[in-house]
Ligand binder design. Structure first.
Ligand code: NDP
Ligand code: 2IT
Length: 450
């Protein structure tokens, strides 16, 4: 389609060197073909041209002093992408790979993901090219304070509400909230993913992983199948991976892998969740240390990975949950999964499968839940945290978990009925993109040229 080509060429010119952003845009535009062809109004209002351009991009210097007294400098970002449906909402990522293109792809995905939740939240994302690995608690605190010294003036409980992502959890949210409060004097719901001691919501920590498993459950139920007894591959060993593994056990499945940037852990007896939590949540240690407690497990270092992909996806299993990072599942990985009989893939991470890998899943007609649908439970529960903060209420674990299940079910139904409406019932990429797009685009038209 020429408009896809033209849009990408224009982005390459006006926003150079943002490969992940072009990838995310291309996937969405590709899905939108059937609706753009039949609806002149989107063209008339230049919806695509407006949607791919963030409403606002904030880029700033983050200077801080390390434990040796040396001044360090990082790049900070907040991209306020689209506020048609509500205040900008989306996480902050602290990882050395962060750049404007990464934050833009994440912010773009967030627009459609947030729309799919059915909740009143717009799309945004931020972060820094800061590497939290090996940093002391004091260094983390000083970095977070410096980051907020600039960001505080751009955020607020009804304007832009950040949360966590890679490298940002409750500890970092605590330091950032503390500095925001000091600078503004406001005690409000400007962040989500807060500690349970001071305004956080029950289930927020678990929500992305739990939601991703609920999504798999709904995809399988539609085929008359369930999670019970299924062998599962999980990648990543952070927040999303840990609570994916926890929920898989609760629903009778057997997760046998997890991974971090140093390698893949394969434990045929099933990953021991208590050991994993102790390693990653308490000690912040490397995954290979798991072997000390479980010598029957195997650790495959990244140096032993196949040249065309990742060891984790080469292990035979029925279900796969990519929960680490973007483009961590290649075309060859997807082919290996399908050849080994995988029946469902539910993405906890954002854009973990390359475009070619997605094609392999769609061609094989397996159940494939794209990230913007399958991992939306995290941001949805963030909005439940905002609702509790705004109404000064506190809901029980069961209440929030019940709402999360209903939201995930509705996301699944919205993606699957939209896919069926456009004649490709198995294609949840198409269904999720069109369903999310329609809500945002129609709101943009009603709000005029802004
Ligand atoms: P964490 O920081 O808690 O964990 C990230 C995990 O992924 C770690 O095991 C990390 O390994 C691994 N990882 C990260 N980057 C790379 C990389 N470049 N190469 C190899 N491994 C890597 O983050 P989360 O669990 O919160 O996030 C995981 C994914 O889920 C991300 O794609 C995020 O955008 C997405 N997501 C998160 C949500 C949330 O609520 N937190 C909501 C929706 C999506 P190591 O420690 O060695 O770096
Ligand atoms: O990618 C995501 O949806 C997140 N990191 C969570 C965002 C949020 O605001 O909870």
């Amino acid at each position: 389609m020429t408009y896809i080509h033209d849009t990408i060429v224009k982005l390459q010119k006006t926003s150079p060197a943002q490969a992940e952003f072009y990838q995310a845009v291309e996937e969405v535009l590709d899905s939108l073909q059937p609706i753009l062809e039949t609806n002149e109004k989107y063209k008339l209002h230049s919806i695509i041209e407006r949607m791919v351009e963030p409403e606002r991009q904030i880029m700033f210097r983050v200077p801080w002093v390390d434990d040796q007294g040396k001044v360090q400098v990082n790049k900070g970002y907040r991209i306020e992408f689209n506020s048609a449906l509500g205040p900008y909402k989306g996480g902050l990522r602290f990882h050395p790979s962060v750049n404007a293109g990464i934050i833009k792809f994440l912010g773009f995905e967030q627009i459609f993901k947030n729309a799919l939740t059915g909740l009143p939240i717009g799309g945004g994302k931020g972060g820094a090219n800061f590497d939290p690995k090996g940093k002391s608690d004091g260094e983390i605190m000083r970095f977070c304070q410096s980051f907020i010294n600039e960001l505080y003036r751009h955020i607020g409980p009804t304007t832009d509400v950040p949360a966590g992502d890679i490298g940002v959890g409750a500890r970092e949210i605590g330091y950032m909230f503390g500095q925001y409060k000091r600078l503004t004097g406001n005690y409000d719901g400007v962040f989500t993913g807060k500690s349970l001691l001071w305004g956080g919501s029950l289930v927020r920590k678990e929500a992305t992983g739990y939601g991703c498993v609920y999504f798999a459950q709904y995809m399988l139920a539609d085929k008359g199948d369930s999670l019970a007894g299924k062998q599962c591959l999980v990648s990543g060993a952070g927040n999303v991976a840990i609570y994916t593994i926890e929920k898989l056990y609760e629903l009778g499945a057997r997760p046998v892998t997890c991974s971090d940037s140093s390698g893949t852990l394969y434990h045929e007896a099933g990953i021991d969740l208590a050991t994993l939590k102790e390693l990653k949540e308490v000690r912040k240690a490397r995954l290979s240390e798991y072997l000390a407690a479980h010598p029957d497990a195997r650790f495959i270092p990244v140096t032993d990975y196949p040249a065309d992909g990742h060891a984790v996806w080469r292990i035979p299993a029925q279900l796969a949950f990519p929960c680490a990072t973007q483009n961590e599942l290649t075309e060859a990985d997807a082919q290996a999964l399908v050849a080994n009989g995988v029946i469902a893939v539910s993405e906890g991470a954002n854009m973990p499968s390359t475009q070619d890998a997605v094609e392999v899943f769609l061609d094989a007609k397996i159940c494939y839940g794209p990230g913007k649908a399958a991992n939306a439970g995290g941001v949805a529960t963030s909005q439940l945290e905002m609702a509790q903060n705004a109404s000064m209420q506190r809901w029980s674990f069961e209440e929030v978990d019940e709402k999360l299940k209903v939201i995930m079910k509705n996301i699944y139904l919205s993606a699957s009925t939209t896919a069926a409406e456009f004649g490709e019932p198995h294609n949840l990429v198409l269904g999720a993109n069109i369903a999310g797009f329609r809500k945002v685009a129609d709101a943009m038209i009603e709000q005029g040229v802004v």
